[in-house]
Write a protein that binds this ligand. Structure first.
Ligand SMILES: O=C(O)c1cc(C(=O)O)c2c(n1)C(=O)C(=O)c1cc(C(=O)O)[nH]c1-2
Length: 248
């Protein structure tokens, strides 16, 4: 994708997109294995258990972000991210949908929601993201969410790959990804416009680029952890989910 005509800073937008082209986790071998039907059911379960930790922390990092924002218009624009994950009084959110996926692959949703079995490296990577958004300048915090520019393409691949290759995949079990197809573009249109508007000076542009790079590393590190524990060499660290644990 190339920067849109209306971009406030096409040069910066192109450099942000280049980071995705080079570093986004769609290039990770674990995703290739998952989307091509090469994962065993236990490898899929390990992914669901670990990715839960990311899911559960996303609304917490968005709440941490909002707690720092003095501009009520920015808080209002950000608020829907929390509702997308936590749901509202009359609408289920992404957290519930992730637990439907957990059930679909034969895991007890209470086990998954307990966070037991999450790999140490997954926890460290995700906690680093939450801390980053809590502590770094707002520009870096917003820019770190821009990996979502690249998420719809991977969600499309995942929906098609899971439906084609795995018995557990049905519209109800993979609804999480279907919903993200409309949620992520809304979030990222706002986030990208905000970053392009607010990163004007060279050091601000550098900050935005560094933040997006950092975030690609947060995502990549989670898949490296999964690969090492459940694919090759298959060394599950103490405390990591063991096949057979937490099943329905
Ligand atoms: O499945 C994926 O590959 C993927 C990637 C990302 C991302 O790029 O950070 C997010 C999501 N999914 C996602 O579902 C999601 O809600 C989300 C929120 C955020 C964020 O940083 O605020 N990233 C992502």
């Amino acid at each position: 994708m190339t920067p849109s005509q209306s971009s406030a800073n096409p040069g910066l937008e192109a450099r942000l997109r280049q980071i995705g082209a080079e570093r986004y986790h769609d290039k990770h071998p674990f995703h290739h294995l998952l989307h091509s039907g090469g994962c065993s059911i236990d490898q899929v379960r390990a992914w669901v258990v670990n990715r839960w930790y990311y899911q559960s922390r996303i609304p917490m990092k968005d709440a941490a972000f909002m707690s720092r924002v003095e501009d009520s218009a920015l808080r209002r624009a950000w608020r829907s991210r929390i509702e997308d994950h936590d749901g509202t009084a009359d609408r289920a959110g992404g957290i519930m949908r992730w637990l439907k996926l957990a059930e679909g692959v034969g895991l007890d949703p209470d086990y998954v929601a307990s966070g037991r079995g999450v790999l140490p490296a997954t926890r460290f990577a995700v906690d680093a993201y939450v801390r980053y958004v809590r502590e770094e300048p707002l520009l870096a915090a917003v820019a770190s969410s821009l990996t979502e520019l690249f998420a719809p393409a991977i969600h499309e691949q995942r929906i098609a790959g899971l439906l084609k290759h795995y018995d557990f995949a049905r519209p109800e079990t993979i609804a999480y990804f279907q919903h993200r197809l409309s949620e992520a573009p809304k979030d990222v249109a706002f986030g990208l416009a905000w970053v392009l508007e607010n990163a004007r000076l060279p050091h601000e542009e550098e900050m935005a680029l560094r933040a997006l790079t950092f975030k690609t590393e947060v995502l990549w590190a989670q898949l490296d952890a999964l690969w090492g524990a459940y694919v090759e060499p298959g060394r599950i660290p103490p405390g990591g989910w063991q096949p057979g644990e937490g099943l329905l």
